[in-house]
Structures are given as C-alpha cells and as structure tokens.
Design a protein around this ligand. Structure first.
Ligand SMILES: [Cu+2]
Length: 674
C-alpha cells in the first residue's frame, strides 16, 4: 500500500516553525511521497495535557525567583516520570513531571532508591555553553557505573540541561537554569552541546525536535493511541505549555506551545498476506489491575492479526518486561524485566509462569545458543552476560564483557551468531562493542563504536555485524572477516560508520537527497537471508533500511512515536516481514522489506498495523487498566526464522515454512525437517 520514499523538496525552514510568534500553527513537517513525515515522539492525548496547560497558566512570574535551591529528581519505574521531580523547589508541573526551573547555583539531586527496583545512571545528555564557548560549569556529568543511591550536581551556567539514564535512555530529567538578569523568558542558552560533542544553537531544528520530544516522552498521557475504539477520530494532540523561552540570539521570546502537535494517526490495517505463527511484543508500559509495576507481553496471531494473549505476571509484579526469546521447541518465553534484576520464564501456550530467576541488575536482552539451547541474558546495569541452562533452570556461567580493570560495559542488546559460537554486545557505558568467543567464554576483541551503543544485528554467516549508536545517530558496521563491511573510508578498514543524519541539516531542518533520515536509532537486526538491516529510530519515528551489499541506506519508512523494536518473522508462502514496535504508541507495524521479491529493499513498504490492545477474546492473566498496548519494545516472532535457529525447529513449525525459509542462508546448517 503506502510507498514512502522521501522526496527531495520538503524542507522546513526555521522561519516556518513559528518562532517569534505566539501559538503558531505551523509545525515542522516534511513531505514524503504522498505523506507527511512527522518527527516526533508521541501521543494521543489530550485532556490531561490540556488541563495541565490551563493550570500552568501564565508561567513567567514564578520563575523570576532568585535564591539558589535544591531540586530533587527521584528515579521511578513508572512510564513518563522516570525521573520525577518530587521534592525541593523548582519542580514545574507542565504535563511533564520531569522538569525543574531553578536559579544559578542551584543543586540538582537524584535519588536512585526505593521507587525503582534497579540501578541507573544520571548522565548529562546535553548542556549549555558559556559565552566563551566552554562547557557549562560541572558539565559533562556522569558516573563510572550504574548505581543505586544518590548523585548531585550544582548548576551555575544559565541554560537548558537534560539528564539521561544510560541504561534506560528514555529516562529523562530537564533543568532550566534561568538567568535572573533576563526577564523576557526562560533561558535555554545560546548553544547547547550533546554528550557526544555535537554543538548546535537552541534556535535550530534539532533543538526544537529535542524539546518537543522531551514533553512527549516524559508524559504518558501524550502517547499515541491508534485504537479507534478509544480514539474514534484517531487524533493525536500534544499541547506544550504557553511558556516563553529565550533561544539563540535572545529576544523576542518563543512560546513553547508553538511546538504543540495536532494531527491524526493511522488506524489498524491487517496485512493482505498472513504471516506465520505469532509475534510477541513487550508492551512495557501497560498497567494492569493486579500489580503495581507496569508491563505486559502481548501476543498477536499473525495468521488472523488478532491479539490472542496478554501476560502480566501479577504474581511476581513483573516489572517493565523489555525483551524476549524462546527455546528450540518454541514452548517458553524468556522474559527480561529491565527495571528489576530478574528473568521470568513462562509457558507460551498456557501462560503459566515457570520461574523467576535472579540474574543481575537491569537484565535487558535475551537470546539462545543454537548449539546448546542455553540462554544468554545481558546485564545492562552491570558488566556481564549471564548464561543459563535450557529453560532457565540454572545459571551456568557469568561471562564478563570487558577486561579486568575497565569500566563496566553495561551491555544492552547483544546478538548471537548462527552457530552459537560468537556473541557481540553493544556496551552502552563504554562506547564500544565486545566480541566474545562463547565456548571458552573469552573476549576475542573490543571495537570502538559511537556514543551510547545500544543494539546489534549480525549477518547470518558471522561475516560482519552492525551496532546502533543511540546518541550519535549512526550505525557502526564491524567486519569479522576481511573486508566484509562495504564502502569503507580507507582500504582495509575493519569498520564503517553509517551516518543516519547525513541528509539532515540540524540547524535549518533541511533534508537533502536521497532523504533517508534516522535519529536515536535502537534495534537493528539483519534479515534472515542477510540482505537488509532494518533499524528503528526513536526520535525521528522512522524505520531506515541498509542494504548489506553496499552498507548504504536504501529506504526510510514512517514509524510511530518512540519507534524501538524490530525483528523478522516468516511471511506465508516465502519471504519475511519485519515487525516494528514503538514505545510511545500502541501499534505494531508490519513492514514488507521486499514486496516484489527481487532482493532489493528500495520498494520496502508498510503493509499493516496491529493495535496491541486486548479484546474480549484475548487470553490473559490480569486486567489491563491504563496505557493499554503501549510501550512497545522487544519483538519476538514465533517461529524463530534466523539462520541457525530455524534449522532447529520441530517438524510442526518447520512444515509451515517455505523451502527457502527452512535454510535461509546457504546450505549449511542443513534445513529443518517438516
Ligand atoms: Cu535507568
């Protein structure tokens, strides 16, 4: 159906953003062929934001206050206010509860305590520059590793500061240090610097996008509701407060509500061609009646496109289910709990919980070894990957992912080779990637990547792999055999950096040919046939596709707010679907990367959309109450169709696949037997 290549023309000049005007109606947009491309994170919402807006009323007055203060952010496991401004002075309720406005010299305190079950970092994501171009005082701010406890930092230089947790990078806290000498609006600063060194004016397209994203991410009432049953008009409204801010160049002040969103969303659309089996999605923010912590795992039958199962595990107060995998027989779901220290295992069909195992702080991703069916869980708040027996019966080994004496790596989304012998990890704390020889459990190599590497995807023959660098908006291709990455800068280079923002001007917002754009990339798997890398980009709400033959971008598709998870499943009759989840939304997008089966993804298309909300026929162990179907993160198609895993399928699953799907990349290992 929708074809969504970007055209060259659309550009959204800064002048059109309504800067300088009050309540300007024009929002930054760019047009795709027949489509409007909205860069944004989030939301359906509405009433609450609107009320907040009213309550906030005229904001200027209270912020003229002068005395340095203490503002306290408490880390929570709750969707939206993950860093909740809870005590002290300076907290501002503006729909978001993660914003403080303080005067110079104020202290910002972070409490990583009883409101959360795991460890976090409080890391400066961006900060203002001083007039001489130097970093604001006490910036950058970070810790050597994720912790529980307290951190504090004193902010002196006026401007906008955003803090992030490097383990859970949607956790945000914003502080505006307002200069008492200026009276017209809140001072965001002339220039701000991202933690990766990129510096840009606050009066810029990127500055605007990040500001708007902050107000969407930190307020769950702003998330997108694609469900016509609860949102008949399929509207998406995000109202930013009518608050004046001072940007680059000074007065006149700009009002934040010029960045509000008022648009419509796409509703459900069952793909014409069924998939094979079912797709599980971690609806990590969905709240249910029987527990205090958020999160469910939702199963979609992709032969009917119905939500058939929803698992909340109230008996263990399952906390932020983030990512899943299954065993060889496809009988259990391994479920990480990202804001806890445990891995849950439940029966895929009966939904019975089998075990809940302590593995370590902030377990993020899970995959199996094809040779032994053992299970690997990345310990995102720590320094290792934990190896468990099949079905999670015991912890067999703890495999460190950094050398002795190095800062802990905090690995997020690892990937395994088809033969079970090589693991790669993206180390979010150390800006590198580790290759592990799994049989001895030793580190074969460590390779520098970009800033905050978060996910990986590997070729089906272990020739190369890809790492998404969240803050840099790049993908690092890393060769595991000579010259596997294509189009390297210098002959013989082992790595290639693929810039997802090469076509984007962060100041003007101009998009140049060929128009492929992605910012804040997350999951990035390689297709089972080794042809494409599909990446979910959370800031731009875009899906970008890299052709592995050239290691260049070949397509961009629209995604939903907080685009996050991707995995491949079998399409009935042959080929694959890429299933894409979005955090600040309740839909699952179905992408056909190659509709004409010519091996090239330039014609990749969105063919369907499933709303991840339970209906009367959905089997479930608890009653959803809030944020239904929202928080889409880990995606697990059953049966597993990646090279190495598909060959281990039982006959009943193998029989559902085409001959090519049974052996997706060459003749070894031998195909599964139907
Ligand atoms: Cu965190």
């Amino acid at each position: 159906m929708k074809k969504q290549h970007m055209s060259l023309s659309p550009v959204f000049p800064l002048a059109r953003l309504g800067f300088g005007g009050r309540r300007a109606a024009v929002r930054p947009q760019l047009r795709l062929a027949g489509h409007t491309f909205r860069w944004l994170p989030s939301a359906g919402a509405v009433l609450v934001t609107f009320l907040a807006l009213i309550l906030v009323g005229d904001w200027m007055v209270p912020f003229a206050e002068a005395a340095p203060a203490v503002a306290v952010f408490q880390a929570t496991d709750e969707p939206g206010p993950w860093f909740k401004c809870s005590k002290g002075s300076g907290c501002v309720a503006a729909g978001t509860q993660s914003l403080a406005v303080v005067s110079p010299g104020s202290r910002i305190q972070f409490i990583l305590g009883s409101a959360t079950q795991t460890v976090h970092t409080t890391t400066s994501l961006l900060w203002p520059l001083k007039t001489d171009g130097g970093n604001a005082d006490n910036m950058p701010f970070d810790q050597p590793k994720a912790i529980r406890g307290q951190q504090s930092v004193t902010l002196k230089t006026p401007g906008l500061y955003v803090f992030v947790c490097k383990v859970h990078p949607f956790m945000l806290a914003a502080v505006i240090v307002d200069d008492p000498a200026t009276t017209e609006g809140l001072d965001l600063g002339e220039q701000i610097r991202l933690v990766n060194g990129v510096t840009f004016p606050t009066r810029s397209d990127l500055g605007v996008r990040l500001l708007r994203a902050f107000f969407v991410i930190t307020n769950a009432d702003n998330y997108q509701d694609h469900n016509p049953a609860t949102n008949p008009g399929l509207t998406w409204t995000v109202n930013l407060p009518h608050v004046p801010v001072l940007l680059t160049g000074g007065p006149p002040a700009v009002f934040l509500d010029a960045l509000s969103i008022n648009t419509t969303l796409d509703g459900p659309l069952p793909p014409a061609t069924p998939g094979v089996g079912e797709v599980w999605v971690d609806t990590e923010y969905e709240k249910t009646a029987g527990k205090t912590k958020p999160g469910t795992a939702t199963a979609v039958d992709v032969t009917t496109w119905k939500v058939t199962k929803k698992v909340a595990l109230p008996q263990i107060n399952m906390n932020n289910p983030h990512n899943m995998w299954t065993d060889r027989d496809q009988t259990v779901i391994y479920q990480t709990q990202w804001f806890s220290n445990k891995l849950a295992v439940f029966d895929r069909e009966t939904l019975t919980m089998l075990r809940n195992i302590h593995v370590g702080p902030a377990p993020a991703h899970v995959m199996t070894r094809t040779d032994t069916d053992q299970v690997h869980v990345s310990i995102n708040g720590g320094d290792k990957v934990v190896e468990l027996s099949p079905l999670g019966a015991n912890i067999d080994r703890k495999i460190p992912v950094q050398f002795k004496g190095e800062n802990q790596a905090q690995p997020h989304a690892h990937w395994m080779s088809f033969d079970g012998h090589t693991m790669v990890t993206p180390n979010s704390n150390t800006g590198d990637s580790t290759q592990i020889d799994i049989v001895p459990g030793t580190i074969a190599a460590k390779t520098a990547t970009g800033t905050l590497p978060i996910a990986t995807g590997m070729m089906p023959d272990t020739s190369k792999y890809y790492v998404s660098n969240y803050v840099d908006s790049t993908i690092t291709c890393i060769s595991l055999v000579t010259d596997a990455c294509k189009g390297v800068a210098n002959p013989g280079d082992q790595t290639k950096t693929i810039n997802l923002l090469a076509n984007y001007n962060p100041v003007t917002g101009a998009i140049t040919a060929p128009g492929f754009v992605g910012a804040l990339p997350i999951q990035t798997p390689v297709s089972p046939n080794g042809k494409w890398v599909v990446t979910a980009n959370t800031l731009t709400a875009t899906i970008t596709i890299i052709d592995t033959a050239t290691d260049e971008l070949v397509a961009t598709l629209l995604c939903s707010a907080g685009c996050h998870g991707v995995n491949f499943g079998a399409k009935q009759g042959g080929g694959y679907y890429a299933y894409v989840s979005s955090k600040f939304s309740n839909d699952l997008i179905v992408v056909d990367p190659d509709p004409n089966s010519d091996g090239n993804a330039v014609d990749a298309t969105i063919v369907g959309r499933v709303i991840l909300v339970a209906d009367g026929l959905t089997a479930k162990d608890d009653t959803p109450t809030q944020y239904q179907g929202m928080g889409g993160q880990g995606v697990l198609p059953i049966p597993l169709v990646y090279n190495g895993w598909v060959q281990n399928l039982p006959p009943v699953w193998c029989a559902k696949l085409s001959v090519a799907q049974r052996s997706p990349f060459g003749s070894s290992p031998a195909a599964c037997t139907p």
